[in-house]
Design a protein around this ligand. Structure first.
Ligand SMILES: [Zn+2]
Length: 197
């Protein structure tokens, strides 16, 4: 019986193509104080264009207030400096914020190896503690008022890390990020809870 001869031609094995992770594609490495960046990577797009306009100011007890969600991840530090019961507001946010926030928390832990934690200094705000330049309460405008903005720092506080923290917030999927110098302000584009009630 003749020895079998191999006639099969080897199928070329395609070279492995690495699938870049979102972080690997993420650019820039740093967002310097005063800079803003939108989800499309634009440094000039406004927050309103990137994340949508403020639809209303949610007041405590509103129908929309009850649709805010609490982020209770014990690995994230929450400042909660307001007087009770308002100290709970730092953990309250639009549901669309949960995913980018937990992504960012993972990126922070990965970046600094546990020496640094992510801290939230403000999220939803019923006390109108944003837009401080506007002295007329009726005209105050901020996505914090509907839970679509969040203010972030490192813990321990280290201003030198904020350019990296803000860049990581962009990588994590926030739709608009601003390095405000003493914190990163990050917003999400999502249907306002005000429109759901
Ligand atoms: Zn803010």
């Amino acid at each position: 019986m003749p020895a079998p001869t191999s006639t099969a031609t080897p199928t070329p094995v395609p070279l492995p193509t690495s699938t870049p992770t979102p972080e690997a594609l993420c650019d820039p490495a740093f967002l310097w104080a005063g800079q803003t960046i939108s989800s499309s990577g634009s440094y000039t797009e406004t927050e309103t264009a990137a994340a949508g306009p403020m639809a209303c100011r949610i007041e405590r007890g509103d129908c929309a207030y009850h649709r805010l969600v609490g982020q209770l991840d014990p690995t994230i530090v929450f400042k909660r400096e307001e007087t009770p019961p308002f100290d709970g507001e730092d953990i309250l946010m639009h549901p669309a914020m949960l995913y980018p926030l937990s992504r960012l928390n993972a990126l922070v832990l990965n970046e600094w190896g546990g020496d640094v934690q992510l801290r939230v200094t403000d999220a939803y705000d019923s006390l109108l503690e944003h837009d401080l330049k506007q002295t007329n309460p009726a005209r105050k405008y901020s996505l914090h008022f509907e839970g679509r903005s969040i203010d972030l720092t490192t813990w321990p506080i280290d201003l030198n890390r904020y350019p990296r923290l803000c860049a990581l917030a962009h990588c994590a999927g926030f739709d608009w990020v601003q390095n405000e110098g003493d914190h990163c302000h990050a917003s999400v584009k999502a249907e306002s809870l005000c429109g759901q009630c």
